[in-house]
Design a protein around this ligand. Sequence first.
Ligand code: SF4
Ligand code: SF4
Ligand code: FES
Length: 259
Amino acid sequence: MSYQAHFKVWRGDAGGGALGDYEVTVNEGEVVLDVIHRLQATTAPDLAVRWNCKAGKCGSCSAEINGRPRLMCMTRMSVFDPAETVTVTPMRAFPVVRDLVTDVSYNYAKAREVAAFAPPPGLEPGEYRMRQQDVDRVQEFRKCIECFLCQDTCHVVRDHEENKGAFAGPRFLMRVAELDMHPLDAAAEAGVDRKAAARADHGLGYCNITKCCTEVCPEQIKITDNALIPLKERVADRAYDPLVWLGSRIRRRGAGHGA
Ligand code: SF4
Ligand code: SF4
Ligand code: FES
């Protein structure tokens, strides 16, 4: 069954813009990105939108739909009442390039600030051994498609541009947590203190565990419960009990790298 929907789509660029009104056909089974493409094919051929896979895997089509950060390709039109106006705006936490396309380079800068995985010295790829529970724990974080919806949602930067310098955001604090939990990461031996960096360089203390990031993650990663809170606990253990840190290093060395 087809119907005519009323869409409001933000049009403009870095200099400013406004919501444009559109009447557009919606067909059964379509998602918001289908409707945006129909607008491009009909009344708004110069509408800028970023997308690639239309399968919820590339993380390109992030936007705000009726004020909620979502992937356009994974938002079914059937969740809206046909009489409801659907409003599509660019992610608010990042500068607009044009229309629905934002400049997400803040995220790439933050990614570069996280020290890379340091392989265990003396072992070659193929010789690494990990317990299954350690594999399972970090596997959840590896599902991230880098859509940056969590970064867009987090109130620490959403309305506070001034915090961007000091705060990596949930996606990259999760990356720090992943590496800090990784049993084979030898960053400490290479002079990188991930726990100290989490606080001093990546702004872990700004996060007050509101869980808004978790609520919008299209991969259903439990960012707050499984990454941010455990990272805070690991940092606090270190801060309040240096013997815990020393003990963990000795245990790790004593256990070698085997399973
Ligand atoms: S839990 Fe932390 S990182 Fe996530 S939205 Fe809240 S303050 Fe931001
Ligand atoms: S953690 Fe989830 S919301 Fe954040 S960038 Fe990755 S997939 Fe997107
Ligand atoms: S187009 Fe790839 S996630 Fe939507």
